[in-house]
Design a protein around this ligand. Sequence first.
Ligand SMILES: [Zn+2]
Length: 187
Amino acid sequence: MKKHFTIITVTVLSYFISTGCACNRTSTSNLMVDNQQIVTPLHPETLRPDCDTLVITCIDYRFAVANQNFINETLHLKDTYDHISIPGSIFNLVNPETRDLVFSKFALTVKFHLVNRVVIISHKDCGAYGGSSTFGSELAEKEILCDDLKNAKALFLEKYPALDVDLYLESLSQEGDEIKVHFEKIH
Ligand SMILES: [Zn+2]
């Protein structure tokens, strides 16, 4: 079957290289004041957050910064999404033992924020699956991860037929001195 992929690349700056402690860099400033954030306001007419999307990702630290950049800037979802970060991403949804937990938390986002779109991001070399080596080959890994993404979408649509569900598979690659994260849209 012919598959269509959209490949998007996010550069993972120097976060993977830097091991310095934040305390060292800010010893002369007030951490609590410097790190205050402005809370996203309620929509003035609906008096509720403009939050209509749920993003599901794995917890893996190697993808954390790239995920935030991708969600906020590439998908333009800044301040409009709930985020579930759980080991294995949708591994927990396709697994019958943990499926009810994911759906119960998803039901809350629908109830409180009227979520009508889900963005699922899964990644290669995921520890929840046992890492890349457990698949036997790169091709097998990609096929299984794509199948799980599509199964997760089908499970969501079975319960919530009006949902929009977007699927992405991400992977790391060394390019020169940089480690980059590639996002593929899975159809
Ligand atoms: Zn993972």
